[in-house]
Design a protein. Structure first.
Length: 190
């Protein structure tokens, strides 16, 4: 069974929208505007590339990443690995040709079936709506969160507001950095 890992830059109040400068959000680029850059705080990002064997995202994140990431040397490991895009509307002819093997999954059932296959961890980048749906369906196994000491108010959040039973998490790794960032790695307790 494969492990599904959600990774996110997240504000203290749960916002994950436009951390890197994506247009259309009033606080866009908040990860770089409001926290001193400390390379050690981002060590987990390098580790994720080395340990993941596939990448998953929703359509919106795919459309944001696919024109840019293939040309970025710092994402060489991600560029080489298989990608899964969860979308009911994306067509095969809309996939970029220079980003390696990419497969479209049409439903959460498809994601659940993928998890049952042989292989290593699958990392989910961006994709707020997809993360919410996967979390609500109990399909995420681990969270890698870099928590920024910011309150952003409005914006897309990592977790839904669905009324559901409590889901227990176990903290398996954590560290606080001089710039106020916190790394929190949680396993979902089943």
């Amino acid at each position: 069974m494969r492990t599904l890992i959600s990774t996110a830059f997240i504000s203290l109040d749960g916002v994950v929208e436009a951390p890197g400068g994506e247009p259309g959000y009033r606080n866009t680029g908040w990860t770089f505007k409001h926290a001193e850059f400390l390379p050690e705080a981002y060590e987990i990002k390098d580790r994720e590339q080395r340990e993941a064997t596939a990448m998953m995202m929703g359509r919106t994140s795919y459309e944001a990443f696919s024109p840019v990431w293939p040309a970025m040397e710092e994402f060489a490991d991600y560029n080489a690995m298989p990608k899964f895009v969860v979308s009911t509307t994306l067509s095969e002819d809309e996939l970029v040709k220079n980003w390696g093997e990419t497969r479209i999954l049409r439903s959460l059932d498809d994601v659940a079936a993928l998890k049952e296959t042989e292989g290593g961890p699958i990392i989910i980048h961006g994709s707020a709506s997809l993360n919410q749906a996967l979390s609500d369906a109990g399909l995420i196994d681990r969270y890698h969160l870099l928590v920024f000491p910011l309150l952003l108010g409005a914006g897309k959040r990592l977790f839904s507001t669905t009324d559901k039973d409590a889901q227990k998490l176990r903290l398996v790794e954590h560290k606080a950095y001089a710039n106020g960032l916190q790394k929190n790695v949680f396993d979902v307790v089943r």
